[in-house]
Ligand binder design. Structure first.
Ligand SMILES: Cc1cc2nc3c(=O)[nH]c(=O)nc-3n(C[C@H](O)[C@H](O)[C@H](O)COP(=O)(O)O)c2cc1C
Ligand code: SF4
Length: 774
């Protein structure tokens, strides 16, 4: 039975096949197709899950597969011929196309991604720690000084390879000496920067420092990481959590900014992470911990380990990448695209900027009702559409600058102007002598108001006492007070101070009465008056009240100088005769300071046709006297001022001037000033320029060289001013020149060689005792 069944099976199968072969074949084909699709999809999913996790710093040392490196990371890869090349790793592809030889997708390292390794020979080389600080109210300065001592003690006991730390106040250093390239030194000395900073949400000298770091990074003429020659750096910030509780709310924000820019400028040589301390609670403890960390790093570098792996904050990939992304944001690159597509080598800032320029111009001319936005073409800005931040006040009442200035007797008017009565005004009220401007130009000191509509300046002159507290900047970026309010405010402040002199012994009644009418205004107090955007309106108000104007500027703002309307006497401070000396003495913030200075000379030559122009030379022994006569004569020849005032520097004796390296040794004697004046006058005459020795004021250590145009028909010097004549000229509405308001002859006692003391006044010594007049 079984055998019969078995024998019939093939024929049954055959008949089944014949009956159903078509559906069977179709089903098989369909099944195989489904299987194929499933297998294909499964393969893809597996590959997706195999794709690398980007950028974990922990994985980097283990894997040498460039595809597993973080995007933007740099790796040494052997190329066919065996040589090593730096490869920047592109974004990993989502799918691995084919198994087989690995393909490196990369390009040459973009400039900004490179991190130059500085060789440190632990047998030969030495580390020079350079500590920078900035301080307004002293906390950071004290901490920096203590840090110098602590580091010094530690290195003595620990490693002789670390040199004694240097200390620099950022308010005094020339940024170009330290923050465009590492300082020059012996080849075996390598620098390590340590920066201690407070944070201020108001304008302080930290702002130009930050601006400098940013500009240096973006300057297309300079390598984007010009400080990569440093061994490393670390920053510590002081802040106040009571006012700024969190980092989002601004705690230590400026230290964070400096840390960020230094990371870029050094090619990510952050040797130890940014430290931050709250001055009201944990600053001391945080600083100690941070110092121990920095010491650890210094020890490692000294022993030849460098900033390698294992050192906290040594610039691991994730951290560096974050900085790159931020960098791209700052440069206006399309950051939102970055995670989605393989990151190409970043477009150069220059290219971005050219593209952005079109958009900027469009937006500024698009008829925005708020008016065109000022565009600073010298820096690279993102094209963020966010509303511009409200402008800050230059000197807010809560600021240390305000406190410092008022303590010194200044009355702050509005948010950026100041007024003060000078010592000569007080002295003249008491009949004890007027300033040299009375001898030379007939200014009545007791009727003179000293003021400025801009407490900010674009220089950091070594002889200026205000360093560290004064706002500085290259462009006006503050709230602007109207000229009417400033004018009313400065007059009120001046008269209030004069009234306070009423009870002072020795004040002469008639002079006190006269002093209640201001006749002259010296726009020279501190800061840069032509910085104020409404300077012409302001001087017009003074002139309308028949107040003469003596305006002093620092030859750094040619455009404003060119636009200046006539003032009674226009001064330009000439603090040096050549580029190098000017950089050292004025420490200008503008990179192109010398070109600006020379342009101002040319503008002054034109201005001389409309108003009295004066060169003011401030002589500082050891800085700008020696062998500079020829240079000064060149400048006189270029600008042809009406007068050249030569004055020895006045030593203000503050700790800040001392910190700038200025001591009594730098104050020239009167005989030195005279010798210089004689030499300059001879040089001018030798060149055929018609100048002569006009007047002097020995007490102020000041002498005057005048253009021969200021002699009358009888050859007498007429350096004084016909003030009424000046106002008449102005009111006439016709063009006029300085000779049109030349005053009467200079009094005999004020002439060159006569000393310059008004015989009507009483000469007293420092203690107020009457001195005999010879
Ligand atoms: C006007 C003013 C603004 C300040 N702004 C900030 C700020 O934005 N963030 C912060 O963390 N601390 C701020 N502080 C606190 C200072 O950074 C802190 O007091 C610091 O220790 C001052 O250092 P210094 O004494 O060296 O100048 C500010 C302090 C003042 C007086
Ligand atoms: S120009 Fe005048 S205010 Fe400005 S830094 Fe020099 S001395 Fe000071």
């Amino acid at each position: 039975m079984l055998s019969t069944s078995l024998c019939s099976l093939p024929s049954e199968l055959l008949s089944l096949w014949h009956n159903y072969r078509l559906p069977i074949l179709l089903s098989t084909v369909a099944l195989l197709t489904i299987l194929r699709i499933v297998v294909h999809l499964r393969q893809n999913r597996e590959r997706l899950s195999q794709s690398p996790v980007p950028g974990s710093p922990a994985q980097l040392p283990e894997s040498k597969d460039p595809l597993l490196l973080a995007p933007g990371a740099v790796e040494k890869v052997a190329i066919n011929d065996g040589h090593l090349e730096d490869i920047a790793i592109a974004e990993p592809p989502l799918l691995r196309s084919k198994p087989g030889p690995k393909r490196v997708i990369g390009s040459r390292v973009p400039r900004q991604a490179s991190r130059r390794t500085i060789e440190f020979d632990s047998e030969e080389d030495r580390i020079q720690p350079v500590i920078f600080f900035s301080s307004l109210s002293g906390t950071t300065e004290e901490a920096a000084k203590t840090l110098v001592k602590d580091l010094d003690a530690w290195r003595g006991a620990s490693t002789p390879r670390v040199l004694q730390p240097q200390l620099h106040d950022l308010s005094y250093v020339d940024y170009d000496d330290f923050f465009v390239s590492p300082p020059t030194s012996a080849p075996s000395t390598k620098h390590f920067y340590i920066v201690l900073l407070p944070t201020y949400n108001i304008d302080t000298s930290l702002d130009p420092f930050l601006e400098h770091l940013k500009e240096t990074h973006h300057d297309f003429r300079i390598d984007t990481a010009p400080l990569s020659g440093l061994l490393g750096y670390s920053v510590f910030g002081f802040g106040d959590k009571e006012g700024w509780p969190t980092e989002e709310e601004g705690f230590c924000s400026q230290a964070k900014e400096v840390d960020k820019w230094l990371a870029r400028l050094t090619g990510r040589k952050r040797a130890f992470p940014l430290g931050m301390g709250d001055v009201k609670s944990d600053a001391r403890q945080r600083l100690l911990e941070w110092r121990l960390g920095v010491q650890e790093v210094l020890r490692d570098i000294a022993s030849g380990k460098g900033l390698g792996e294992g050192i906290p904050g040594s610039g691991a990939a994730v951290e560096s990448d974050e900085e790159d992304v931020k960098d791209a944001e700052d440069d206006g690159a399309e950051e939102s695209e970055a995670p989605r597509k393989a990151r190409k080598p970043k477009k150069s800032a220059r290219v971005d900027d050219l593209e952005d320029l079109g958009r900027m111009v469009k937006s500024s001319t698009s008829g925005d009702p708020s008016g065109p936005l000022a565009i600073d073409f010298t820096t690279y800005k993102s094209t963020s559409t966010a509303a511009p931040a409200p402008l800050k006040e230059m000197v807010p009442a809560s600021s240390p600058t305000y406190a410092a200035l008022t303590k010194q007797g200044y009355t702050i008017v509005g948010s950026h102007s100041g007024v003060k009565i000078c010592r000569w005004t007080k002295s003249a009220l008491r009949g004890r002598g007027s300033c040299y401007k009375y001898s030379f130009y007939g200014i009545a000191s007791h009727q003179c108001m000293e003021t400025t509509p801009s407490l900010s300046c674009s220089n950091k002159c070594v002889f200026c006492w205000r360093h560290g507290t004064n706002p500085v900047g290259t462009t006006w970026r503050w709230k602007v007070d109207p000229p009417e309010a400033i004018f009313a405010g400065v007059k009120e402040g001046h008269y209030r101070k004069i009234k306070m002199m009423r009870g002072v012994p020795g004040v002469r009644a008639e002079r006190f009465q006269e002093a209640m009418t201001i006749r002259h205004c010296a726009l020279s107090l501190v800061g840069e008056p032509i910085f104020y955007p409404h300077i012409n309106e302001f001087t017009a108000m003074l002139h309308a009240e028949r107040i003469s104007t003596f305006l002093v500027c620092n030859a750094q703002h040619p455009d404003q100088l060119a636009a200046l309307q006539p003032v009674t006497q226009l001064y330009v401070s000439i603090d040096a005769s050549n580029k190098d000396a000017l950089r050292k003495i004025d420490r200008p913030l503008h990179r192109d300071f010398w070109e600006r200075f020379l342009r101002c000379m040319d503008i002054l030559r034109e201005k001389r046709k409309e108003m009295r122009t004066v060169f003011r030379l401030t002589l500082v022994r050891g800085f700008n006297i020696d062998e500079e006569v020829t240079g000064y004569a060149d400048l006189v020849e270029r600008a042809l001022p009406c007068f050249v005032e030569v004055k020895g520097v006045t030593f203000c004796g503050t700790s800040t001037s001392a910190a700038a390296g200025l001591t009594m040794q730098n104050v020239p004697w009167w005989h030195e000033v005279r010798t210089f004046v004689l030499a300059l006058n001879d040089e001018l005459n030798r060149r055929g320029l018609r100048y002569g020795l006009a007047a002097e004021h020995e007490h102020s250590c000041c002498a005057l060289i005048g253009s021969e145009a200021f002699r009358d028909a009888e050859g007498r010097w007429c350096t004084r001013i016909d003030y009424e004549g000046f106002f008449r000229c102005l009111e006439s509405g016709k063009p006029f020149g300085p000779e049109d308001y030349r005053g009467p002859p200079t009094p005999e006692w004020a002439l060159w060689g006569k000393g310059g003391f008004d015989p009507r006044d009483v000469r007293v010594d420092r203690k107020g005792r009457v001195k005999e007049v010879n």
